[in-house]
Design a protein. Structure first.
Length: 510
C-alpha cells in the first residue's frame, strides 16, 4: 500500500493502530483496498476528531466534579482605612492607611451526597461520550463502505455500457454492409444508427456516474485534490479488472468510441456476441447469523444504545443531585489575617466550622421537575431505539437474504440472455431473423448484466447495513484505548523533546 502519512515518525514510535490524529494523503498511483480507505477516513475525519475532543471534555468534567473534595485556597492583599484615636487623649483624632493580607484554606467536609452524585453523573456522561465516539467510528466506516461499493458498481456498469457500444458498433457496420449489398432495408440501417447513438449516450452517462462515485469516495475519506489511484475488488465484489483506476481527470477511452464507424463496403459480417464477465468468479459467504441472533448481538454491541443507557444513569444521578440542594453543606476552614497595626485585634490565625444552606424553594422544585422530565425523556429514547433497532435489523436482514437468493438467478439470466443474443445474431446474419429480434436480444443481455451488477451492489450495501445495525466488530477500526495510548505516547515524546531542548541550551551556554 502506497500511502503518504504526515508525521510518520510519530506513528512508527507509537506502534499502534491509531489513525484519527494525523492527516493522511494518497500517493499517486497507489493501490488501495477497502481497509486502506477506511484507515484514511479515520485519520482525516473532522467528525472523529470532534468526538475525541468531546471525550476529552467529558474526562475533564469528571475531574472538575472530583475537585470538590480538594481544599480551596483564598488569598487577598490590600489596604484598610483606619479611623480613630492614636492615644488616650480625646482631642487627638487621625486617619491611617493600613496594609493587610488574608489567607484561608476551606475544605468541604460533608454535603449529604451532592458531590458524590455529581461525580457519578459525570462518570456516566464520560461513558456515554466513549460510546458516542465508537458510534462515530462505526458511521465513518459504514460511509466509506457504501461509497467504495458504489465505485465498484459504477465501474462495472461502465464496462457493461462499453460492451454494449461495441456490439452496436459491429451491428451497425454489418447492417451498413448488408444495406450496400441490397440485403437489408434502409429502416434496419437507421435503427442500427439510432441504437448505436443510444448506446454511446448511455456510456457517457455511466462514465459520469463513475466520476461522481469517485467524488463521493474521496469525500468519505475527507481527501481533497486526490491524485490518480486504484482500488481493489472485495471478496464480495470481484471485478474482472482487479485494480480499478480512480481518476477525475482521466478515464480510459477506446478508439472511435464516440464517433460513427467508417463505412464498410462489399463485406458481410457474421459477428458473434462476446461474453464479458464484469464480475470475476463471483462468490460470497452466506451471512452466519440468524435474525434473532442478530438482534441479540445488536443489543450487546450497539454503542448508541449503550450511550443512551449511560445517559439514563447519568440523569438519575442528576435528579438525585437536584433534590439534595435542600440539604446544608458542612465546611471547615483555617485562615490567617495580617494588618500593619499592632492595635488591630484580628491579626493571627483563625479556625472555622460552618454549616449552611441557601436555596430558593420554588426554583429547586422546578429544577427537580425538569430533571425528572429529562430522565423520562432519556428512558423514552432508549425504548424508541430498541424498537427501531428491531425493525431496522429486520429490514436489512430481509433485503440481504432476498439478494442472496437473487444473485445466482441473475447470473444464470446473464448466461441465458447471452445465448439468446448469439442465436438472434446468427439468425440475423443468415437472413432468418429481423433486426428487431436482434435488438431485443441485445437489450435483454445488456439489462441482465446491469441488473446483475446492481444486485451485487445492493447485496453488499444490505450486508454492510446489517453489520452496521448490529455493530459487528470491524477489521480496521479505532478504539478509545487506541486514543488513550496515543495520547500517553505524545506526552512521553513532549517530555523527551523538552529534555533535549534543555540539554541543547546547556551545551550552548558552555
Amino acid at each position: 500500500m502506497k500511502i503518504k502519512i504526515f508525521l510518520l515518525i510519530i506513528s512508527l514510535i507509537a506502534g499502534l493502530r491509531v489513525h484519527a490524529i494525523q492527516t493522511v494523503q494518497i500517493e499517486k498511483n497507489a493501490v488501495l483496498g477497502l481497509n486502506d480507505c477506511i484507515k484514511i477516513a479515520l485519520n482525516n475525519s473532522p467528525v472523529v476528531r470532534s468526538s475525541i475532543l468531546n471525550l476529552d471534555i467529558a474526562k475533564s468534567s469528571v475531574g472538575v466534579a472530583k475537585s470538590a473534595y480538594f481544599p480551596s485556597l483564598s488569598l487577598g492583599a490590600g489596604y484598610r482605612q483606619g479611623f480613630g484615636e492614636r492615644s488616650h487623649n480625646r482631642g487627638s483624632y487621625q486617619t491611617r492607611t493600613l496594609p493587610s493580607f488574608d489567607a484561608s484554606l476551606s475544605q468541604l467536609l460533608w454535603n449529604f451526597g451532592r458531590t458524590s452524585a455529581n461525580i457519578r453523573m459525570e462518570k456516566f456522561n464520560k461513558i456515554a461520550a466513549e460510546y458516542d465516539f465508537d458510534e462515530t467510528v462505526l458511521t465513518t466506516i459504514f460511509n466509506v463502505k457504501l461509497q467504495y461499493y458504489g465505485v465498484l458498481a459504477a465501474r462495472s456498469l461502465v464496462e457493461v455500457e462499453k460492451l454494449n457500444v461495441q456490439i452496436n458498433e459491429r451491428n451497425y457496420q454489418r447492417t451498413l454492409a448488408y444495406f450496400d449489398e441490397g440485403i437489408k432495408s434502409k429502416i434496419d440501417l437507421v435503427n442500427a444508427e439510432v441504437n448505436l447513438s443510444d448506446a454511446k449516450i448511455a456510456l457517457v452517462r455511466a462514465e459520469n456516474t463513475y466520476k461522481n462515485s469517485i467524488v463521493s469516495l474521496n469525500n468519505a475519506m475527507y481527501v481533497a485534490y486526490a491524485p490518480e489511484y486504484k482500488i481493489k475488488g472485495t471478496e464480495t465484489f470481484n471485478l474482472d479488472n482487479p485494480y480499478v483506476p480512480m481518476s477525475l481527470t482521466h478515464i480510459e477511452n477506446y478508439k472511435k468510441l464516440l464517433e460513427l464507424p467508417d463505412d464498410v463496403s462489399n463485406a458481410v459480417y457474421a459477428v458473434q456476441a462476446e461474453k464479458n464477465d464484469v464480475l470475476k468468479n463471483y462468490t460470497f459467504e452466506k451471512y452466519p447469523y440468524t435474525f434473532e441472533k442478530s438482534v441479540i448481538i445488536a443489543k450487546e454491541n450497539r454503542p448508541d444504545l449503550k450511550a443512551l443507557n449511560s445517559t439514563v444513569k447519568a440523569m438519575k444521578q442528576y435528579v438525585l443531585l437536584t433534590k439534595r440542594q435542600y440539604l446544608p453543606e458542612l465546611r471547615g476552614g483555617v485562615g490567617y489575617s495580617y494588618a500593619n497595626n499592632r492595635d488591630y485585634a484580628d491579626n493571627g490565625m483563625n479556625v472555622s466550622l460552618n454549616l449552611s444552606t441557601t436555596f430558593n424553594i420554588m426554583q429547586v422544585k422546578n429544577e427537580v421537575d425538569i430533571a425528572n422530565s429529562q430522565l423520562n425523556l432519556a428512558k423514552t429514547e432508549v425504548e424508541l431505539l430498541n424498537q427501531n433497532l428491531y425493525f431496522d435489523i429486520q429490514s436489512a436482514y430481509v433485503d440481504m437474504i432476498q439478494l442472496e437468493k437473487q444473485i445466482p438467478l441473475l447470473e444464470t439470466k446473464v448466461r441465458q440472455t447471452l445465448e439468446n443474443l448469439e442465436l438472434a445474431d446468427g439468425r440475423y446474419a443468415v437472413g432468418l431473423g429481423d433486426y428487431i429480434q436482434l435488438q431485443d436480444a441485445r437489450v435483454n443481455y445488456s439489462n441482465a448484466q446491469s441488473s446483475y451488477v446492481q444486485a451485487v451492489y445492493n447485496y453488499n450495501v444490505a450486508r454492510a447495513t446489517l453489520e452496521r445495525e448490529i455493530a459487528l466488530p470491524q477489521e480496521e477500526t479505532l478504539t478509545v484505548e487506541d486514543i488513550q495510548d496515543y495520547q500517553k505516547d505524545l506526552k512521553k515524546q513532549e517530555k523527551t523533546k523538552t529534555k533535549n531542548i534543555k540539554k541543547t541550551k546547556k551545551k550552548d551556554n558552555v
